[in-house]
Design a protein around this ligand. Structure first.
Ligand code: DX5
Ligand code: ZN
Length: 233
């Protein structure tokens, strides 16, 4: 079951459970939300589109009852279309597909909307904004990758900040979120917030130092990223 989502440009922190304890997703999701997370970011990888494998719709469905807020599912898979219905049924609020994942991204976005979820369009660091412009009327979120997708804990690619700035101008007053994914820390969050991003995904920078039995560091990490981002606005 998906939940109603309202739109605003306030900074939202979306911890990626790629950095959570894989044997304890339910408790990890509850812990990050209790510690101030706005959205829960779920990284789906297929070992084909990206060189790593995580999990599929069954895991998303199992996580769903433990997530009170927005479940933000990032599909790093190709092909995408055969799996959209299953991810929508798993309760994803946002389903994000990569522009690089196939030749028919327009059809993919139509299918995501048709399945009742919000549409996300992810773009890799090597991809420009050319293809985004003609899709603006059918997306709810653009995910700008600030690492090459596949792994947590990689270094932020600073050349993407200017792309975020240009994307923000392109979006103008449309209700489209700009999400940043990869290498977000209290040091890099201000750069992308100032450029116009509102959803900050963070894996290692949220989960480092904490655990389900000691979740307070999650809260401190989330507050540090949020404060740094908000200070740049
Ligand atoms: C990368 C994933 C990211 C990743 C972010 O392929 O899409 O969501 O988990 O991890 P950090 O914040 O550690 O770079
Ligand atoms: Zn992601």
């Amino acid at each position: 079951m998906t939940r109603p989502m309202t739109f605003d440009r306030r900074i939202k922190i979306a911890p990626s459970i790629l950095s959570a304890d894989f044997a304890n997703f339910g408790a990890e999701c509850a812990a990050i939300e209790a510690q101030g997370a706005d959205w829960v970011h779920v990284d789906v990888m297929d070992g084909h589109f990206v060189p790593n494998i995580t999990f599929g719709p069954a895991t998303c469905a199992a996580i769903r009852p433990h997530v009170k807020g927005v479940m933000d599912v990032h599909l790093m898979i190709a092909p995408v279309d055969p799996y959209i219905e299953a991810f929508a049924k798993s309760g994803a609020d946002v389903i994000t597909a990569h522009i690089e994942a196939g030749p028919h991204i327009h059809r993919t976005l139509q299918a995501i909307r048709g399945a009742g979820a919000r549409t996300g369009l992810a773009i890799n660091p090597g991809t420009g904004l050319d293809g985004v412009e003609s899709l603006l009327d059918m997306i709810d979120l653009v995910c700008v990758m600030t690492v090459n997708p596949g792994f947590g804990g990689q270094k932020f690619i600073a050349s993407q900040v200017d792309k975020v700035r240009r994307l923000r101008a392109l979006i103008a007053d449309r209700p489209i979120h700009i999400e940043i994914d990869g290498g977000v820390t209290p040091e890099t969050a201000p750069l992308v917030a100032a450029a116009g991003a509102d959803v900050l995904v963070a894996g290692s920078a949220v989960f480092s130092g904490g655990s389900v039995s000691d979740p307070a560091p999650y809260g401190a990490n989330i507050r540090a990223i949020r404060a740094a981002a908000e200070a740049a606005l």
